[in-house]
Write a protein that binds this ligand. Structure first.
Ligand code: BTN
Length: 255
């Protein structure tokens, strides 16, 4: 990609017309030994994967559907941090490039005015405690009109075109995303997670908000009060106790 000023991310960039899932393609290339920073970007995905087994709507040429192969020297327990590094970079790039006020909802959604504009799916390959590689998949709704979303999504998602009122060219946006992703990835590796968490807290739109938490074991309501130094969400429940959430789904609750 011309004009890209990164030193690792996107130097090996594979563009495909149609794939099942860019995450699946990236995992295949990673297993075959592709270099760190390899990016797979597709015009459309026929089986785009969301979290919790959901399908990711990926209409042809209307979004940025891409995955990045990363090989950070980290242990398995630290992998949730990659999602938060990615979220900070994506929200920063979206704000800078389009002026759209993107914010983060724990752990991995990028929202604008309460509606989802981008999802992040990090998948990993590990042996014992050691991470061999990670794939960070990013789905960003770019030029999708409200009436083009499936009816069940229309009220809960949005796109950059809807929010900015103009067509957004995807190549310069992808360049900006990769530059911010590389900056935050290296900052995380060199300075540690605390630097990322500071920025994550500033960009989070759901701290101090009433939330409902859904885990595989239970559903409960409370207030999202903070994240701890591992990135776990801290939720104060009705009896005053604080629950630490490392995996699950959080929805904003109207009071
Ligand atoms: C979520 O549910 O919020 C995560 C969505 C992640 C979607 C992206 S699109 C590019 C990459 N390839 C996939 O199959 N999924 C991710």
């Amino acid at each position: 990609m011309s004009g890209l000023s990164t030193s690792v991310l996107g130097l090996n960039l594979v563009h495909m017309e149609e794939v099942a899932s860019t995450n699946a393609e990236a995992k295949k290339l990673a297993r075959e030994g592709c270099p760190e920073g390899t990016v797979i970007v597709a015009e459309t995905q026929k089986g785009g994967k969301g979290r919790l087994g959901r399908v990711w709507f990926s209409p042809r040429s209307r979004g940025l559907w891409f995955s990045i192969v990363l090989r950070p020297p980290i242990n398995l327990v630290d992998t949730p941090q990659v999602t938060m590094v990615t979220a900070v970079a994506v929200a920063t790039a979206v704000r800078e490039h389009t002026g759209v006020p993107a914010g983060i909802k724990w752990p991995n959604d990028i929202l604008v005015d309460g509606k989802k504009i981008c999802g992040i799916l990090v998948e990993l390959n590990a042996e014992m405690d050691c991470v061999n590689f990670l794939v960070a998949g990013i789905g960003l709704n770019v030029n999708i009109k409200k009436n083009e979303f499936p009816p069940e999504l229309a009220d809960i998602v949005t796109s950059l075109e809807i929010e900015s009122g103009q067509h957004i060219y995807r190549v310069p946006l992808l360049r900006c995303l990769l530059q911010h992703l590389e900056k935050w990835y290296h900052r995380w590796l060199n300075e540690g997670f605390a630097a990322v968490l500071n920025k994550w807290r500033q960009m989070c739109v759901t701290l101090d908000c009433p939330v409902t938490v859904h885990t595989i074991k239970e559903t409960y309501s409370g207030y999202a009060v903070d994240v701890d130094d591992t990135g776990a969400l801290l939720v104060r429940t009705g009896d005053g106790s604080v629950q630490r959430l490392i995996a699950g789904e959080v929805t904003l609750r109207k009071q």
